[in-house]
Design a protein around this ligand. Structure first.
Ligand SMILES: CC(=O)[C@@H](O)[C@H](O)COP(=O)(O)O
Ligand SMILES: NCC(=O)COP(=O)(O)O
Length: 251
């Protein structure tokens, strides 16, 4: 089955936060994404709320419950007590735990499962006992023993960190090498009974190669690249709409 697409709304929230105005509407754009067939919405609220605000979560939950009950809400973040509280108040279908430092500009690595086993195990149990699907952010390194730890502490899935793969946009040989390694890692995870998601810097251009290497990829979450794509492919229509608003005759 083809990988599902969860649309990450962080970039939309960041654009909204430039002004003290309610647009672009994070929930509104989320609704457009779901109406177009996205299987879910992803948010990665950070402690400083620099893009997703904690107050964005309730309307997204309501949007899905009221209009798209088959869609999934995926909340990502570092498992601080505040984050876990946010998750438990908004009940996403999936929680993706990411080893982010609050000062980090964006996510740039997966968990060190050996070093963080003791911290992650009770968190995975707490979330798993409440019925959440738990996904752990993982580097694309085919390290079976590390992935066994992820499985043993109760993760249902891993999310492969694809930042290094996204960085190879000008180097097809490197893209092929990294995609093969991600594929090898995914195959081990699947063999261990874990589902495999992927995300970070994915684009229309780099997704086909990735899915060739990970035929059983469950889900990708995409924000930055998808927002850039929406701007590029939506800009012409917006210019026509604004020209009409200016009183111009537009073909
Ligand atoms: C875990 C991951 O790769 C994404 O959620 C990414 O961290 C998005 O966060 P930013 O939008 O802050 O870059
Ligand atoms: N979970 C990863 C994710 O949502 C990726 O976001 P982006 O790098 O596409 O902005």
């Amino acid at each position: 089955m083809a990988a599902l697409l969860s649309v990450n709304l962080n970039a939309i929230a960041m654009l909204r936060n430039r002004r003290d105005l309610p647009w672009p509407s994070v929930t509104g754009i989320g609704g457009i994404a779901l109406a177009a067939g996205a299987s879910g919405l992803t948010v990665h609220p950070r402690p400083d709320q620099r893009h997703i605000r904690f107050s964005d979560l309730a309307p997204i939950r309501t949007l899905i419950d009221d209009l798209y009950p088959d869609a999934e809400f995926n909340i990502e973040g570092y498992p601080s007590e505040d984050f876990l509280d946010l998750v438990e108040r908004h009940q996403p279908e999936q929680v993706t735990l990411v080893p982010d430092d609050p000062a980090q500009a964006t996510s740039d690595h997966g968990w060190d499962f050996r070093a963080h086993r003791a911290m992650l195990a009770p968190v995975c149990k707490r979330l798993g006992d409440q019925g959440y699907r738990v996904s752990l952010f993982a580097d694309g390194v085919p390290d079976r023993e590390a992935l066994e730890i992820a499985r043993d502490i109760g993760a249902h899935r891993i999310e492969l960190y694809t930042g290094p793969y996204g960085g190879t946009y000008a180097d097809p040989d490197a893209a092929e090498r990294i995609a093969a390694e991600l594929g090898e890692t995914a195959a081990i995870a699947i063999d261990l009974g874990l589902g495999v998601n992927a995300g970070h810097d994915l684009t229309v251009e780099n997704l086909p190669r990735l899915v060739r290497h990970i035929p059983d990829l469950a889900e990708v979450s995409v924000g930055h690249g998808l927002t850039a794509d929406a701007l590029e492919f939506g800009m012409a229509e917006s210019v026509r709409r604004f020209r009409r608003a200016c009183g111009q005759e537009v073909e």
